[in-house]
Unconditional design. Sequence first.
Length: 288
Amino acid sequence: MLKNKADWKTMCFVALATSLLIWNWNLPEFQWIPFLASCYVAICISSLVHNHVHVGIFTWKPLNIAYDYWLTVFYGYPVFAWIATHNQNHHVYNNRAGDFAPSYVVSEKNNLLTLLSYPHVSGWIQQKVNKDYVIKLWSTQRGKAVYYLSQFVFIFAYLGIAFFLNWKKTLLYIFIPQQFCLNAVLVFNYIQHIHCDEESKFNHSRNILSPVMNFCMFNNGYHTAHHMKPLLHWSELKQQHEKIAHQIDPRLNEVSYIWMIIRFYFLGIFFPSFRSYNMRAARMEAGK
């Protein structure tokens, strides 16, 4: 059933997210702990979406289709959208010219304002990309276009029924976690590329080496290795990173995600030494 036995962990997170939704929905009154747990797991779900669109996790196609729909409703947007914007664009250009939403699309700076604005700007740009992709498919592979459009129908129906049953619970336990999931993946993409050198073989991405984060985010922290081998299963990324770690600039290997956020976006406001070093700007100033 599963292509890689490591994805039993994926199935555990699927069960956990589903259970938290059912638990929250059936509580007689709002409780912070299960609500926050649901939001945190939603952030983790963004990695499941990312992993699945690179390589379907099931050996049987109908299960991959069912999983597409499950991811769609927990992610908050049809998962096919990753194909045109991520697989066929970001992994081709990797923050270079041609990337629809490079990390510097808002500004060459890296601060709290650019961090918070990037998901909205990037998301807006990607809407047109996905629209054009479906229109093209409608002329060339109509069956696939219909399937992708059915993901829109599915999520609208899901949300419509949920809002009809209880609009307050839908906002709290479905819509808000979806927003965490949608925005988290764009924030991660921004952080993992901003101020890196997109023309470098090994310094095009920032890596987060925290064991806790990589456990919850399915090794998403090993971003250089992922870009070098995008079809490599998430469970093998740590080993791949260790093979190339000595060739990556140490400034791009962060040991703590939280400490990096504090340094770059809070302490950096007052102390320039805590800000990220702009490798891209340094390369352009050197005329390379």
